[in-house]
Design a protein around this ligand. Structure first.
Ligand SMILES: [Zn+2]
Length: 298
């Protein structure tokens, strides 16, 4: 099942006793179920990202521990009023049957977060409920970045391999390990501006189980339009040979579930064509370079 991308976001539904116990660890006054809204979010994974870097599984496991208790900000405004959600549970999990671009088993860090229900959080809660995809970014300190080709320390430029290039068929990536700190996570309704401090952005989404995803997809016309657009984009990137206008007509006739399947097929095809991720995904290369060379706080 592919549900870590383009998944709508929303409440986790039933809030259990154990959820409340964990949540109340972080609250000054004792909260009850009615006082909180909970949701799940994929924070990061071990797939190769737009900067041609990936976290090791061991790093993800450590990050999952570090992110417990960390507040999430909305819209990248690190002011107190925007720190609306707090992670109360976090784990690293393997997604059955899914592989990374490098062919390894796919792991991801999934967090459960809560938002206090009060007047000032109405807007964000309804946005989370709307099923629109959001971009999730995490900010963390990483101790080590090594070259996937030769194992050299990439920060000290110990080798001349270039991220995103292939050497003897092997893709060069920065392998991120030894996390030192998990300091923030954020979600935005629009793609994040890349800037120092909030660095490791993943087009990974707050996600839900398949049923909720389907329900929301059916109910939510905005999500549907979004999905049509993304599927067409994926088809064009994968060079499906069908022009975008025709593709849009075809996709529009599909149910959300089939669109997701089709989109996944296109993405798989594209990732075979561009194993290092398409340039289309990279934004301006200058930006990336600036990024790579900036002080290493991902
Ligand atoms: Zn190297």
């Amino acid at each position: 099942m592919n549900k870590s991308k383009n998944a709508p976001i929303g409440s986790d539904g039933e809030i259990t006793e154990s959820d409340m116990e964990l949540i109340n660890k972080y609250s000054r006054k004792k909260l009850s179920r009615e006082d909180v809204y909970t949701f799940s979010v994929v924070l990061c994974d071990n797939d190769v990202d737009r900067d041609h870097e990936y976290f090791t599984v061991d790093t993800l496991q450590k990050l999952a521990e570090m992110f417990v208790g960390v507040t999430g900000i909305y819209d990248h405004e690190p002011s107190a009023k925007n720190q609306v959600a707090r992670i109360y549970e976090c784990k690293c999990e393997r997604v059955e049957g899914k592989k990374t671009a490098l062919g390894d088993d796919y792991f991801r860090v999934v967090a459960k977060a809560y938002i206090p229900v009060c007047g000032s959080t109405d807007e964000i809660i309804s946005l989370l409920d709307s099923g629109i995809r959001k971009e999730v970014s995490v900010g963390c300190g990483i101790g080590k970045c090594t070259c996937s080709v030769c194992g050299a320390n990439m920060r000290d430029h110990e080798c001349t391999h270039i991220r995103g290039e292939r050497y003897g068929g092997k893709l060069c990536c920065g392998v991120l390990s030894e996390p030192t700190d998990a300091y923030e996570w954020s979600f935005t309704a629009v793609p994040a501006q890349r800037k120092a401090g909030v660095i490791k952005s993943l087009y990974h989404d707050v996600y839900k189980d398949a049923d909720a995803m389907q329900r929301a997809a059916i109910q939510n016309e905005r999500f549907r339009s979004y999905l049509i657009l993304e599927t067409v984009k994926a088809g064009v990137t994968a060079q499906s040979g069908i022009n975008s206008e025709l593709l849009e007509k075809m996709v529009s006739g599909l149910c959300a579930d089939d669109m997701i399947k089709l989109k996944t097929l296109f993405e798989e095809r594209a990732s075979k064509m561009y194993p290092a991720r398409s340039q289309l995904d990279l934004g301006s290369s200058d930006n990336n370079r600036e990024y790579t060379n900036s002080e290493y706080s991902i």
